[in-house]
Design a protein around this ligand. Structure first.
Ligand SMILES: NC(=O)c1ccc[n+]([C@@H]2O[C@H](COP(=O)([O-])OP(=O)(O)OC[C@H]3O[C@@H](n4cnc5c(N)ncnc54)[C@H](O)[C@@H]3O)[C@@H](O)[C@H]2O)c1
Length: 493
């Protein structure tokens, strides 16, 4: 299995700094290949170049690369030319994902000038410019990102799935797909809002990168989450000539992801699926974990399958076009994750809708939120142990609020209200210390989300709807209830 994340790209693109941050954030070991080479050689890289020339350095570099590749999963910062040799590239690509960092040339020049002397092939700005020109075509053959905030892997029934959270990834979609093992034909599935914004760009990038890609678009909205839309995606697969070896790529929010994932799970008994979430909710909640499906008139998500995407590319640059209410829906799920596991959000601030084009801040926030879900899904991929049910925090009450308001309250708004009500219920039952409800409410209201039941609706009004919840047993309502920040338990109080 491809386990490592190799950070690659020009000198001074920030591979070592970013590698250290990613590794510590995700509890993975970190290796800086240049540091490994120096410590093994007992001398600095400039000295190795002076004494053994570039060929001697490359020999040592390949040896160090093979050593890290054969160990357990880790984040590895590579030297700027470490994968020039085909045998080195094969070692990296067989054992992990090699992602090239795309950083503007001015930034590289500025950084390189501050660290003069440590990089023999980029000793001054003229040398750096000539190296960039020589290597541009080489770096262009890798999956690229202008920054990365998260890298997650989950394995279920031997099916590995990986998620990347970052910026600037979509332009090199073809290389990302190739790195995930995809070849041949691609059907890009999207809806009428996300499609014109992103699917066409993605299709063109895939076609330019050697794939044969077509687009299928359906009408945006939960009303489209039906068997009829799944059938129309199957039809599009047929028209596009998708075989078992081909790939379906979803570009959109949770509706596009759930429907396309189900179509991919069932077309030819299962084909590769790449998920490109374009809403904050899809990034932090629905795109990862393998649940796919559609609604019936009798209820939401009643038919579905577990199918893992090969990769999920969460590029937070696309959030700049997201309407405010949709942005807040995603914030609600992310804040819910911060109540389940506050530690994951250490040093990360909660964005506001007006921050939707602050790509770096958003990408760190989204990565923190995904880390909570990824950890839980990894420990209970098929909802067998009850661990995954913690993610239902706020949803028992929230779902009843959605039903009783005829879905006028959006899902995120309902989750905010539901989490606050569930915290207050825990307080009333003596399960949580006094003040938890207010603490939870403060988090959601700071993000502009509602925190009390709509006028005319009381907690007692919700009970008959909650009694029909599929989590219940023995006729008692089961909640994922907050006992404290960081302590959510499945219980029937
Ligand atoms: N599979 C899971 O584990 C899981 C988990 C949670 C929710 N879900 C499902 O996810 C769905 C909700 O997802 P959602 O909130 O993303 O809804 P959605 O897919 O309907 O997207 C919301 C709206 O935003 C538009 N949009 C998407 N990206 C955009 C962009 N970048 N710019 C402008 N507009 C954009 C969409 O066209 C749509 O109108 C529900 O069907 C829910 O059941 C699934």
């Amino acid at each position: 299995m491809k386990e490592h994340l190799f950070l690659y790209g020009p000198p001074a693109s920030g591979k070592s700094t970013l590698g250290g941050i990613l590794a510590s954030r995700f509890n993975l070991p970190f290796s800086d290949l240049d540091a490994d080479i120096e410590s093994k050689a007992g001398k600095g890289i400039p000295e190795i170049f002076a004494e053994e020339g570039e060929p001697g350095f490359r020999r040592r570099e390949l040896e160090a690369l093979c050593a890290v590749a054969s160990g357990g999963p880790r984040v590895v910062a590579l030297g700027g030319g470490a994968l020039l040799a085909p045998e080195a590239r094969k070692v990296a690509e067989d054992s992990g994902f090699a992602v090239a960092l795309d950083v503007p040339a001015e930034t590289l020049r500025e950084r390189a000038s501050k660290a003069r002397g440590s990089r023999p092939l980029a000793a001054d700005s003229a040398a750096l410019d000539s190296l960039l020109e020589k290597r541009a075509a080489h770096y262009a053959t890798f999956p690229r990102a202008s920054s990365l905030s998260g890298y997650f892997t989950v394995e279920a029934r031997g099916e590995p799935s990986r998620m990347f959270v970052g910026r600037g990834m979509l332009a090199s979609a073809a290389m990302w797909l190739r790195a995930a093992g995809c070849t041949g034909r691609v059907l890009v599935v999207s809806d009428t809002n996300a499609g014109p914004l992103y699917a066409e760009r993605l299709r063109d990038a895939l076609n330019a990168g050697g794939f044969t890609a077509e687009i299928f678009t359906f009408r945006a909205g939960e009303e489209s989450k039906t068997l009829a839309t799944v059938a129309s995606i199957w039809n599009a697969c047929l028209k596009a000539g998708l075989s078992r070896r081909d790939t379906l790529v979803s570009v959109g929010g949770g509706v596009v992801g759930d429907l396309s994932g189900f179509a991919a799970a069932t077309w030819m008994r299962g084909i590769r699926w790449v998920n490109v979430p374009t809403t904050l909710l899809a990034m932090v909640d629905s795109s990862f974990g393998g649940k796919t499906g559609f609604d019936l008139p009798e209820g939401k998500n009643l038919v579905g399958a577990f199918h893992q995407p090969e990769i999920v590319l969460a590029d937070t640059d696309v959030l700049a076009t997201l309407p405010t209410r949709e942005f807040r829906n995603g914030l609600a799920e992310a804040i819910k994750h911060s109540i389940i596991s506050p530690g994951a959000f250490h040093g990360v601030s909660c964005p506001q809708p007006e921050d939707s084009s602050d790509g770096d801040g958003l990408s760190s926030f989204a990565a923190a939120a995904v880390s909570v879900k990824a950890g839980i899904v990894a420990s209970d991929p098929f909802e067998k142990t009850g661990e995954r049910a913690k993610l239902n925090l706020g949803h028992t009450v929230g779902h009843a609020v959605e039903v009783l308001t005829g879905f006028k309250v959006s899902h995120g708004e309902a989750v905010a209200i539901g989490t606050v009500e569930e915290a207050r219920l825990a307080e009333r039952k003596g399960l949580a210390a006094g003040g938890l409800g207010d603490e939870v409410a403060a988090k959601f209201s700071a993000a502009g989300l509602p925190v009390s039941l709509p006028a005319g609706l009381s907690f007692d009004d919700l009970v008959p709807v909650m009694k029909r919840d599929k989590k219940n047993s023995d006729g008692r309502i089961r909640y994922a209830l907050p006992f404290a920040m960081g302590d959510v338990r499945l219980t029937s109080p």
